[in-house]
Design a protein around this ligand. Structure first.
Ligand SMILES: [Ca+2]
Ligand SMILES: [Ca+2]
Length: 174
């Protein structure tokens, strides 16, 4: 009995050490929530360019270490972009990824991280896929897009065009 109690105690200590860290790699909790494949004047990057963009959302209660997660615009090459070490998406937070056709992870003057990935989104329609080690975790397929109208996830789990884009924030439909 003593052995079992000490084992339980050990396990509790290990578990509390893990939860104290509160930085997981639970990639299944990261969702694609919005995208814009024809960005006119909705959002500029730090260089003043209006690239296509993708929004990701951490739906979990823990900060997620994004390193190793793949992002792509199709299933053929899942790892067009691989998140590097040091990129964390805070619990409940949204992240905007610029699809600029070049790769760059830059820390801006205000401390935020701006990510550019080496592909663009086609306004004629394609896919956005996040994956880890060849396992697709979330995927959205979109058709023809209109300028400055986003394609966004609704509360009921369906996707719809959105006249009130919210890059980096909770989606809003009017
Ligand atoms: Ca593309
Ligand atoms: Ca949004």
């Amino acid at each position: 009995m003593k052995k079992i109690i000490s084992l339980v105690l050990c396990l509790t200590l290990v578990l509390s050490a893990v939860s104290a860290q509160a930085l997981t790699r639970d990639f299944g909790m990261i969702k694609i929530t919005e995208l814009m494949a024809s960005n006119g004047d909705t959002l500029d990057d730090s260089k003043g360019k209006s690239c296509d963009w993708i929004e990701l959302h951490n739906t979990s209660e823990d900060d997620i270490d994004m390193s190793g997660l793949n992002l792509s615009d199709g299933k053929k090459n899942l790892a067009k972009f691989v998140f590097p070490e040091g990129v964390v998406l805070a619990k409940g937070a949204y992240m905007v990824i610029f699809c600029s056709d070049y790769e760059e992870v830059a820390t801006l003057d205000d401390g935020t991280v701006e990510i550019h990935v080496p592909f663009k989104l086609s306004a004629d329609g394609e896919k956005v896929v996040i994956s880890y080690q060849d396992v697709i975790l979330d995927i959205v397929t979109f058709d023809q897009q209109q300028r400055d109208v986003s394609y966004a996830l609704k509360d009921d789990g369906t996707w719809a065009f959105c006249d009130t884009p919210t890059p980096g924030a909770e989606n809003k439909f009017e």
